[in-house]
Design a protein around this ligand. Structure first.
Ligand code: ZN
Length: 168
């Protein structure tokens, strides 16, 4: 497991460690990311947890659906809301292989998401600490507890391999 680094904003509540359930969820998210690559999408995968149970799993489907909003995180947020019958996801944790973008982080704030765990950082476009800090911005009406760097190397390696193969 990679080094764990807690989200940079000291005002955000953060837990120091991933639970066994979250680590297991990251393994499932990595599987979903590999599936995304198999149909030509950038390999990002996400899982939604509720009460310790996996209630949604998705890989990135932007290419597959030709839908700019079909990022793995948005797919699991939608699925989780449909299953729970509410858009308020305070008790849901999203586990995702890559740092969310501004769109997905914005959706997490709008969903009042309880907790986010992610793997690799996205220095170019990441909106949870790298480029922006959408989940711990006191100007917004909700902040999301975050844990970053879980299985970061495995998550990042999938992306590197995907782009290396695309270039060759
Ligand atoms: Zn996104």
């Amino acid at each position: 497991m990679g080094k764990l680094t807690v989200g940079s904003n000291p005002t955000a509540s953060a837990t120091m460690d991933a639970s066994a359930i979250e680590l297991n969820a990251m393994t499932q998210a990595l599987d979903a990311a590999r599936q995304a690559a198999s149909w030509g999408d950038v390999p990002v995968g996400a899982v939604a947890l509720y009460g310790g149970e996996v209630i949604a799993v998705a890989g990135n489907e932007r290419e597959r659906r030709q839908d700019p909003s079909a990022h793995a995180e948005l797919l699991v947020l939608r699925d989780a809301a449909a299953k729970l019958g509410t858009w308020r996801l305070n008790d849901v944790t999203v586990v995702v292989t890559l740092e969310p973008c501004t769109m997905c982080a914005g959706a997490m704030v709008n969903a009042r998401l309880g907790r986010l765990v992610y793997g690799a950082t996205d220095l170019k476009a990441g909106a949870v600490g790298s480029r922006y800090n959408v989940l711990s911005d006191p100007r917004l009406n909700h902040e999301v507890e975050t844990l970053i760097g879980v299985q970061a190397e495995a998550c990042g390696a999938l992306l590197k391999d995907f782009f290396a193969t695309k270039r060759s």
